[in-house]
Ligand binder design. Structure first.
Ligand SMILES: [Zn+2]
Length: 271
């Protein structure tokens, strides 16, 4: 049995461009088109053909996973628990907090197959990709899965490479059991939240919002629930405790402490 002190869930994206710009001390209305689009990408993430935003899917899955973790009496916290803007450095500052020392870090995102944010009028080639991927930090001296080297000025506090990989394998095993959800494997990338988290860390791209069929699934509460159960199942497998059924709806006998995060944490820069 491996000790899992808790799980810090990181629902990707969130908030609105105006809010994000204001937090950065900028007036959104006066920004260039490109700068506005940058904020739209950061806040909304990918958008399905029908207009459903990645920020909503990531928060929904994280909230469901939180409930299942609590049912298992595993302490859990979220880097955001509502629709609000939280920058990458702020997420990293949370992960580095003593409060979450030796926890697991699970970032939740959804994918898209084109540079275009919303899946409208995409060609067949862009509509086709589907399935999930799980990202971990590249090994020391290695390149990312798409061939890039560590960014200049590269700094990581993460020294848990084998645990990252094991957690990714366990979550992959559970997600692969979801009917119709294809595994694209475990990949390596220099994501800020992966290199800034000192604990075992993974980033899940839980499906393609640009794929019309998968996008519709991602919009549904039932499917989000399957994803949440699979993520928690992966954590339990990592813990070596998979005999505890995730589908068990019994309430825990002891009340669990619910942790909410202060929005005003200091930011640490890892760019
Ligand atoms: Zn994302």
């Amino acid at each position: 049995m491996r000790v899992v002190k808790g799980v810090l869930l990181d629902p990707g994206h969130g908030g609105d461009p105006e809010e994000a710009a204001e937090r950065a001390g900028e007036n959104y209305g006066g920004l260039s088109r490109a700068a506005k689009q940058g904020y739209r990408e950061e806040c909304y993430g990918a958008i399905t053909e029908s207009g459903y935003e990645e920020k909503s899917a990531t928060l929904a899955v994280a909230k469901k996973a939180k409930k299942y973790l609590e049912d298992q009496r595993i302490p859990v916290a979220l880097t955001r628990d509502r629709d609000t803007y939280v920058g990458l450095n702020e997420r990293v500052a949370t992960a580095m907090s003593d409060e979450f020392k030796d926890w697991l870090f699970v970032s939740i995102h959804f994918n898209r197959s084109s540079g275009q944010q919303q899946a409208v009028n995409l060609s067949e080639r862009y509509l086709a990709p589907r399935g999930f991927e799980i990202y971990v930090l590249p090994g020391t001296g290695r390149r990312s899965s798409n061939g890039t080297r560590a960014p200049s000025g590269y700094l990581t506090v993460n020294q848990t490479r084998s645990a990252n990989r094991l957690l990714a394998e366990k979550i992959k095993g559970q997600l692969s059991d979801i009917s119709g959800l294809r595994s694209r494997g475990i990949k390596e990338a220099w994501f800020v939240v992966l290199r800034g988290s000192p604990m075992p860390s993974v980033l899940i791209e839980a499906g393609f919002m640009s794929n019309p069929e998968e996008g519709r699934l991602i919009e549904s509460s039932e499917y989000q629930d399957s994803l949440a159960r699979a993520i928690v199942g992966g954590v339990l497998d990592y813990k070596g405790d998979s005999i505890v059924p995730v589908k068990d709806e019994r309430k825990p006998r002891l009340p669990l402490p619910t942790m909410t995060l202060s929005k005003e944490r200091s930011s640490a820069s890892f760019e």
